[in-house]
Design a protein around this ligand. Sequence first.
Ligand SMILES: Cc1cc2nc3c(=O)[nH]c(=O)nc-3n(C[C@H](O)[C@H](O)[C@H](O)COP(=O)(O)OP(=O)(O)OC[C@H]3O[C@@H](n4cnc5c(N)ncnc54)[C@H](O)[C@@H]3O)c2cc1C
Length: 404
Amino acid sequence: MTQGLTEPSGRGPAFLLVQEDADFRAGLREWLARELPLRAAGRGPAGRNALEFRRAWEDHICQAGLSGLGWPLAVGGHELSLKRQAIFHEECARAGTPLPVNMIGHGIVAPTLIAYGSEAQKSRFLPRILDNSEIWCQGYSEPGAGSDLAALAAKGERRGDVYVLNGQKIWTSFADISDFCLMLARTGSGPSPRAGISVLLVDMRLPGITVRPIRQITGEADYNEVFFDDVKVPAENLLGEENEGWRLAMAAANYERSTYFVPRVVRMQAEIEQLVALAAQKMRNGRPAIEDPAIRSAITDLGINIHALRLFADQILAAAERGETSGVDSSAIKLMWSENHQRLFDVAMDVLGSEAMLGPQELSGASEGRWARDFLWTRAETILAGTSEVHRNIIAERGLGLPK
Ligand SMILES: Cc1cc2nc3c(=O)[nH]c(=O)nc-3n(C[C@H](O)[C@H](O)[C@H](O)COP(=O)(O)OP(=O)(O)OC[C@H]3O[C@@H](n4cnc5c(N)ncnc54)[C@H](O)[C@@H]3O)c2cc1C
């Protein structure tokens, strides 16, 4: 990715082309202030969180030309600097836009395709991520392979011009609404379990694929079990070299854990402001909760952590602009984001007190429903994209050089 704009991409609102960051921010803020209320009319915080609205808003953003912000111009992106992308996420969080649905497509699949895809794969897949007409999921985890991903057993056997897939994936987010899957399969063997793994781009509508949603503690069913039974994937959908998929999977994981988490860190700044507002409004022992010393102290600690985390995210962005890979920093930001995010919603539950026990369903429609739902959802964040224990191991061994 390069700094600034060299040539306009021809897509999107005029503020994408301005020279100054401040003008970019002002133009975007104005655009969001006009577009979001129009699209979200009549929806409270819970309604804005609904999958169907998240998808509709993401479609709108993409169709307005506000996608592919960091992609090269050559593949239809805007080549915006990471700083401008951070401003974009900051303003979206400030305006209260919902989280995207196709985050795997935009955040993981697209950068992997741009780096490793053939020209034919790029021209087939990238435009449909850009306009959000194809949703992606990521088929890595299996019942016997999570943290130890190299233990994966789903098999892809090359027969003529197809790979025949057999096996099972689990926890596959959005598989039930996805058009394609970035999938890891064992296509060969070698001296280590990491050898013999390939990355396949799998059409989720192929015969032999069964998707079974798994209900979560929030009541939603965002992730799924996916079964592959003699599924024939065209060989042209192999990404990179056969049996060399581990390197690609690790590069994709690095996107997932580093700059991918920056928008979430940025969002936390807006969330803590909302938490302060909630604590000012809710009563506790006859006084606003914000006056309770324990609540004040917990919010202050969080505020300090979130500020430090934001500075850390800026450092990661600056390193990425210089073309440096984030290495252990990507583990650190994922770990710190997920644990502080959980804490933020723990404090929100303390502020809500007994009301919180009603849970998301009973509270839905009311703004409290969103806090209860997100409290439950954030339990997953220390597991997905590598558990806290695994990231602590990486930081200890690779970052601090501690013994295994
Ligand atoms: C909400 C959500 C969405 C997800 N979406 C996807 C998706 O879209 N696609 C996908 O492929 N996967 C997805 N996952 C799966 C996720 O990547 C795995 O859950 C994760 O890698 C952990 O694997 P596991 O669940 O098999 O747990 P295990 O690896 O079996 O771990 C169980 C426990 O053992 C600990 N542990 C394991 N190894 C070590 C070690 N070496 N040292 C110390 N402790 C260890 C873990 O920290 C954990 O506490 C998702 C998970 C969640 C929660």
